[in-house]
Design a protein around this ligand. Structure first.
Ligand code: 5BU
Length: 489
């Protein structure tokens, strides 16, 4: 690679990480063992400037490696737009391989004009075992087309190159997984631990082209299962500044207790904030139930937050169209975006909710604000279903708002897997299973160890106790001990 391209490659690597085209976590793979790293290059179609850079680099790489062929053909589907760009930029005719032959009309599996004996270069996005490339090669070969080379954006280094070499096809990769990891490490985007954990997995999980493991079933533990990771390691993976900050706050202050200060008088709220401040990581408000609200409450709360080192979350549960949400967040008597480090929001209106919230923060504050999306509720009979949960997790981890979403409010560890997000779980009480209106409670241990909560939200369990400091200390101790136990296993 020439130096100019190398600089471009490094900045592309960082960009791909920032747009979550690859991410670290605990991901289900075809081969059966979960991977700590996952590539999803499908997202790049939403970032035209990234598409442009990838195709420029591919074209320059093809030239440098002298991979001349009469046609180019992308492996369906993710590589199709990339192959199109390469074809147009180089003026090389393209072939399109269908995944299934049509059952009407021409019934062709390879579209485009070609003759038997023509050469064709394969374009692919990500290679694990190489089996997808081989499927495309087989279909082309059946038509008499000659394939000797494949150019790929990312080689996961799990044996793909060797597998396709057995079929006389050479693989040329723009990026290897190691290059990407080292670039991110150099740029301070990830920690050495992350590089080591991925390297351990890759070394143990070499794959044959039929999808079986090269070694006998490898015994690897994925170090990125979020419920097994300590908060300080998860801080390294967080994309949202506020999530990073909160993970580190929990880890140094040794508390994962959020107090729900559901009180209607300023004086009462300030009193519990002063008394419970030393034991909590977050103080959660429902500011619209305060009868004597004034901005003085906010000033005093902020002083207490500084004094006792906790964050303030307004549990506003925004749910409207972007324009309305931006006003609800910024304007009115509460001016929430000026003071709440964190807010909660329904994902009901999709990404619009984040568009609206982003529009409601001043640029100066935008790095210091985060959102918790509602993935599940503790209310009985609520209407959230699996599809809703899955989409909420997607909104939280994909697209241009990953730096704004700090976590998910939910009731189960299955709701999302990305370790850089925080699970906030309400409905915590030591000695009751429900209230008169149907709130469903669980013990601190059940919430942290079984349900995967990172932060337990306690309201009445503390507020109705005889001595709120003692109750706050008890909930802090039990929630924290459950977390320590969880990560020790
Ligand atoms: P409690 O007193 O511990 O029941 O208070 C729980 C708090 O968490 C309260 O402020 C609710 O508004 C909030 N909450 C909840 O209980 N369940 C949910 O699913 C969500 C929020 Br989301």
């Amino acid at each position: 690679m020439i130096a100019k391209d190398m600089a471009q490659m490094k900045s592309l690597a960082i960009k791909l990480f920032e747009i979550n085209a690859f991410k670290f976590g605990d991901f289900k793979m075809k081969v059966g063992i979960n991977s700590p790293v996952y590539f999803d290059l499908r997202v790049i179609v939403s970032f035209p400037e990234v598409m442009q850079t990838v195709s420029d680099l591919l074209v320059s790489y093809i030239k440098e490696q002298q991979l001349t062929a009469k046609h180019v053909c992308g492996v369906p589907y993710t590589a199709l737009p990339l192959a199109t760009l390469v074809s147009v930029q180089q003026n090389t005719p393209m072939l399109v391989r269908r995944k299934e032959a049509k059952n009407y009309g021409t019934k062709k599996i390879i579209e485009g004009i070609f003759n038997a004996g023509d050469t064709c270069l394969i374009v692919e996005d990500v290679v694990t075992s190489g089996s997808s490339i081989l499927d495309t090669v087989n279909d082309l070969t059946r038509e008499g087309i000659v394939v000797t080379d494949a150019v790929v954006v990312v080689d996961r280094e799990q044996g793909g190159a060797a597998n396709i070499a057995k079929h006389s096809v050479r693989m040329h990769s723009l990026f290897t997984l190691s290059f990407l990891l080292n670039t991110l490490l150099e740029a301070g985007k990830i920690e050495r631990d992350t590089v080591d954990a991925v390297a351990k997995y890759i070394a143990a999980c070499q794959i044959n082209s039929d999808g079986t493991f090269a070694n006998d079933k490898p015994q690897v533990v994925n170090d990125f299962v979020r419920t097994r990771m300590p908060y300080e390691s998860r801080a390294n993976l967080a994309k949202c500044e506020l999530a990073k900050q909160l993970f580190l706050l929990m880890s140094t202050k040794k508390t994962n207790l959020c107090l729900a200060a559901d009180l209607t008088k300023c004086e009462e709220i300030l009193d519990v904030a002063e008394k419970c401040g030393p034991y909590i990581c977050v103080l959660k408000t429902h500011i619209d139930i305060v009868e004597d609200f004034s901005q003085d409450l906010i000033r005093q709360l902020q002083n207490l937050a500084k004094k006792h080192n906790f964050l303030i979350m307004e549990d506003r549960k925004f749910a409207d169209i972007a324009n309305t949400v931006s006003h609800q967040y910024r304007d009115g008597i509460y001016r929430i975006s000026e003071w709440a480090d964190l807010v909660t929001a329904h994902s009901l209106s999709g990404r619009s909710i984040l568009v609206g919230l982003k529009a409601g923060v001043t640029t100066a504050d935008s790095k210091n604000r985060g959102v918790f999306l509602l993935g599940e509720m503790s209310a009985p009979g609520n209407l959230i279903d699996d599809k809703y949960k899955e989409t909420t997790s997607k909104i939280a981890t994909e697209g241009s708002f990953v730096d704004f979403v700090a976590g998910v409010v939910c009731q189960s560890k299955e709701c999302f897997s990305f370790p850089g997000l925080i699970q906030l779980t309400p409905g915590v009480k030591i000695d009751e299973t429900s209230d008169k209106l149907g709130q469903q409670y669980n013990t601190p241990e059940h919430v942290i160890k079984d349900k995967g909560g990172d932060i337990g939200v306690v309201g009445r369990g503390i507020l109705q106790a005889k001595c709120i400091e003692t109750a706050a200390a008890l909930y802090r101790d039990r929630l924290w001990a459950a977390y320590i136990d969880r990560v020790a296993k």
